[in-house]
Design a protein around this ligand. Structure first.
Ligand code: HEC
Ligand code: HEC
Length: 353
């Protein structure tokens, strides 16, 4: 705001100065014209100048007053500039950040609205999760089936992935799914600034977290915050209902397969092939993520506490996890979304596979 009014004032001054110069040039040109041919009589340096009385009297004083005025301008003007500069810079930064979000929103918009249709698959501009039509081919028979592939909500994407990990997803997509690569490096249409603006937009639509720590002032990213109680309540209710209805045997199994917000809170969409398009294979037998059956996870994490810690934080690119695991950054962290009780339940279920 301040930056804007400063710009307006600067423009006003610039216009006044330009007008002044134009008037001066115009008058000067006119008075110069009459002098043509009479330089000898009228040349300024031939005119008799003021006498000492006049020079050292009021004229000198007038010049001194002018000098003091100029000094005042410097003494007041420079500090004023110095005072306003930081807020001008902050204003410029805020404005740039707002621009990024706006540009990202334009890209995120549906095809009808001139965007790249992230909104069309991911449940509108607020990214609450949706479905995407897709064709899956049987690898043996080549038979093609039209399916609806669940597109997870992206309004919790920074609850579970870091900015670099989200950038990787956007640039390379999930090549086996409707999520195509969007970055140039992955063969998509967007340059790195467009990817950056999409990230800025998705940051702006994150569900505000609860229980942010002191000094963590952005509820959309505060490190110690967690999913709002009402959504955690929805997760809990849905999972318990599925157990009561006999769909699943345990609370942990229900959480593993939780079908909410396009599977954004579940494990099955990555660890069970076919879960995303409604014809799941053997639960936990692996898909995008490795198979968790037959003690694979137990081999990696003989100690249950270590496994809970891994599910809480997810994997980090290049970092070791468990006994012989090396993370790719593609396994999300669930610590900000699931409660400690839910993490334990889901881990106990995985260990039973
Ligand atoms: C044709 C539908 C479609 C379009 C268009 C699309 N996506 Fe996706 N996206 C999906 C699907 C389906 C998945 C889940 C893939 C899977 O099963 O792993 C996904 C996954 C993602 C994920 C990872 C989510 C997670 O929790 O694992 C992000 C982030 C994402 N998309 C963002 C975007 C953005 C940003 C755009 C626009 C540039 C976009 N998507 C366009 C269908 C789409
Ligand atoms: C977005 C996809 C995705 C989701 C969702 C996901 N995982 Fe994973 N998971 C992976 C990938 C990929 C790996 C392999 C490690 C890596 O690449 O960093 C992995 C690794 C693991 C491992 C280690 C397996 C081993 O033997 O190395 C366990 C255990 C695991 N996931 C459990 C879970 C649980 C429990 C959930 C749900 C709370 C879950 N995952 C949700 C993708 C996912």
């Amino acid at each position: 705001m301040l930056a804007l009014s400063t710009t307006a004032i600067a423009w006003l001054i610039a216009v006044v100065v330009a007008l002044g110069w134009a008037v001066y040039a115009f008058l000067n040109l006119r008075s110069a014209r009459s002098e043509i041919g009479s330089e000898l009589e009228l040349a300024a340096n031939r005119k008799p100048y003021y006498d000492d009385e006049e020079l050292e009297g009021p004229r000198l004083e007038r010049m001194q007053v002018l000098g003091v005025l100029m000094l005042a301008v410097v003494v007041i003007g420079l500090p004023a500039y110095w005072i306003y500069e930081p807020s001008r810079q902050a204003g410029a930064e805020d404005q740039q950040a707002a621009n990024f979000v706006r540009w990202g929103a334009d890209l995120f918009a549906s095809t009808e609205d001139g965007g790249f249709n992230c909104a069309g698959c991911h449940g509108g501009m607020s990214g609450v999760g949706g479905v995407a039509p897709f064709n899956v081919a049987d690898p043996l028979t080549g038979e093609v089936t039209a399916v609806d592939w669940e597109a997870p909500a992206v309004n919790t994407i920074f609850y579970k992935f870091s900015e670099e990990e989200v950038e990787f997803i956007l640039v390379y997509g999930r090549p086996f799914s409707p999520m195509s690569p969007w970055g140039l490096d992955g063969g998509g249409p967007m340059n790195s600034q467009q990817i950056e603006t999409l990230i800025a937009y998705m940051q702006s639509i994150q569900i505000p977290r609860e229980n942010c720590g002191p000094g963590e002032d952005d509820p959309r990213s505060c490190p110690s915050g967690n999913l709002p109680a009402d959504i955690q309540g929805d997760i809990d209710t849905l999972a318990r209902q599925a157990v009561d209805a006999g769909t699943y045997d345990s609370y942990g199994e229900a959480l593993f397969n939780l079908d909410l917000a396009g599977g954004a809170y579940s494990c099955a969409r990555c660890h069970t092939q076919g879960w995303s398009w409604g014809s799941p294979g053997v639960t936990g037998a692996g898909g995008f993520g490795p198979s968790l059956i037959g003690g694979a996870a137990n081999r990696q994490f003989p100690d249950e506490a270590d496994m809970i810690e891994f599910i809480r934080n997810g994997s980090q690119f290049g970092q070791q996890y468990g006994i012989q695991g090396q993370g790719s950054g593609r396994m999300p962290g669930f610590g900000a979304m699931l409660t400690d009780e839910q993490l334990r339940a889901v881990v106990e279920y995985v260990r039973s596979l």
